[in-house]
Design a protein around this ligand. Structure first.
Ligand code: KIV
Ligand code: ZN
Length: 514
């Protein structure tokens, strides 16, 4: 397929992750970053290094380990931010410093308290300073859609002159309407004399539900980089959704005549991974990746699709990697078969990890008989993203019913030591959580609890995701089992372990003075 390229700049780990309720720990960020590389995005924005030591470390680790995409770090248009970003990005094969300053009247006056000429100078200085560390420098004019167009043209020209190779025009507050945004991009493309020396990028928020439509209008008008996130996660109503942008450009190549480098078959898996690590499920009717995105319910539609899929299907589920849920392995399958299947699913594992997964697989196959790809993905990711386990579940026993007081006895292991306690609750799950709190000595406040069946049928693996606050620190826990009480308990223990890991890391950081 020929055609000019649209670069895909993924900001799931920065704009996505910074939204409340979407935070990820280091292991989860790495899993997402590696999957983004597999997906074939051009740029991974890994974080905002000056924002916190955790952000700095995440950007540095992505820069060290993720191969393929350019790794970008965000910074405001000032020296300390830029130097910190440069330091975090230093190990990357290819690095980009992404510096920004607001250009709208309202932001300059009330937020920055700066005169427009000073903003312009700060932008130019920032780009020049960033250029000392890398020749790949992106400048963003924050709140560009509410900025005076003449001023915007001037600042875009000035930063390109200063060395910016990408100039980003964000619709920071999701205010624009597609035809208007397209015209703004066209104006920049036509009026800025040195515009051909840089790539024009767009970054749209979804406050009016128009982020994808605005981004596509901009592409039509000449933008050649789109900033977006998996599942559209991000501040407030989110960012433009990557899967929708990529599939729109691909499905309507007749209209756009453009290509991206994204391997569309990896889209579904990436979407599921982001959903799992953030604990935020994808809405069923979400375009491209929702559970119902390819489900034809109405009889008339089903009849049409059976006669010819093109009657109602503009893209196939296979094209975005939706699995067909075929039976893959059973309890007689051996280690080699498991390794081959896991490899086919895109995981490259060392022998130790494979052995642990094999053990889990055997237990699951004993209970469930038919093990599907989705089950394997869950147990593999559970293992890959595991934090050091302070506590492990040894056993649980619960009693419940509509005429008895729900009671749970839980035994946890910490190394060789076993701890057992019992408690009552409103149901077996709450009783188990109370028993665990008695063992650990720090009560958790359950902020959210979600359960879903990973595959279909009565024997399906149930996956539980909990959000729990311990001593002011919120963590996400996940657990899977064919028994939903056990899955619930595993999720809670996972949250306990994450909390202890986080607390220990914070204590170490304080000890090191960082
Ligand atoms: O929304 C926005 O303006 C941003 C910039 C920092 C690019 O996220
Ligand atoms: Zn943004």
């Amino acid at each position: 397929m020929a055609g000019e390229r649209v670069y895909i700049f993924d900001t799931t780990l920065r704009d996505g992750e910074q939204a409340p309720g979407f935070s990820m720990n280091m292991e989860e960020k790495m899993a997402v970053a590696n999957q983004l590389a597999r997906l074939g995005v051009d740029v991974v924005e890994a974080g905002f290094p000056i924002a916190s030591p955790g952000d700095f470390q995440a950007v540095r680790k992505v820069a060290q380990e993720v191969k393929g995409p350019v790794v970008a770090g965000l910074c405001r248009a000032n020296r300390p931010d830029i130097e910190r970003a440069a330091e975090a990005l230093e190990p990357a094969e290819r690095r980009r410093i992404h510096t920004f300053i607001a250009t709208s009247e309202i932001h300059m006056k009330y937020k920055l308290q700066m005169e427009p000429e000073d903003v312009l100078q700060a932008a130019v200085d920032a780009v020049k300073l960033a250029n000392r560390y890398t020749d790949d420098v992106e400048f963003s004019a924050e709140d560009a859609t509410r900025s005076d167009i003449d001023f915007l043209c001037r600042i875009v020209e000035a930063v390109i002159q200063a060395g910016a190779t990408v100039v980003n025009i964000p619709d920071t507050v999701g205010y624009s309407i597609p035809h208007e945004f397209g015209e703004r991009i066209a104006t920049l493309v036509n009026r800025v004399p040195n515009v051909d020396k840089a790539i024009i990028s767009v970054h749209c928020h979804n406050d009016l539900g128009l982020a994808v439509a605005n981004s596509l209008a901009a592409v039509k008008a000449g933008a050649r980089q789109v900033e977006c996130t998996i599942n559209g996660i991000g501040e407030r109503a989110g960012n433009a959704s990557m899967e929708e942008i990529v599939m729109a450009i691909r499905t309507r190549s007749d209209l756009f005549g453009l290509i991206t480098n994204v391997h569309a078959q990896e889209i579904y898996r990436t979407s599921q991974l982001v959903s799992r690590v953030t604990g935020v499920y994808v809405q069923p009717n979400k375009a491209v990746v929702g559970k119902n995105a390819f489900a034809h319910e109405a009889g008339i539609h089903q009849h049409g699709v059976l006669s010819n899929p093109l009657t109602y299907e503009i893209m196939t589920p296979e094209s975005v990697g939706v699995p067909s849920s075929t039976l893959v392995l059973g309890k007689h399958s051996g280690r080699h078969a498991l390794r081959d299947r896991i490899r086919a699913l895109g995981f490259d594992l060392d022998d130790d990890v494979l052995s642990r997964i094999f053990e889990k697989f055997k237990k699951l196959a004993d209970k469930k008989k038919e093990v599907f790809d989705e089950d394997l993905i869950i147990i593999t990711e559970e293992e890959l993203m595991a934090v050091p386990r302070s506590f492990e579940l040894d056993y649980i026993q619960t009693t419940s019913g509509n005429k008895v007081l729900p009671t749970a006895t839980v035994c946890l292991k910490r190394g060789e030591e076993a701890f057992q306690d019992s408690a009552i609750g409103d149901g077996p799950v709450e009783a188990s959580y109370n028993a665990i709190d008695r063992i650990t000595g720090f009560p958790g406040k359950l902020l959210s609890y979600q359960i879903r069946a990973v595959t279909h049928g009565r024997e399906a693996l149930g996956e539980v995701t909990v959000k729990v606050k311990f001593n002011g620190i919120t963590v996400l826990g996940r657990g899977a089992s064919t028994d939903i009480v056990e899955a619930s308990v595993k999720a809670y223990i996972n949250a306990v372990n994450k909390y202890m890991y986080k607390r220990e890391k914070e204590e170490n950081n304080q000890g090191n003075g960082s």
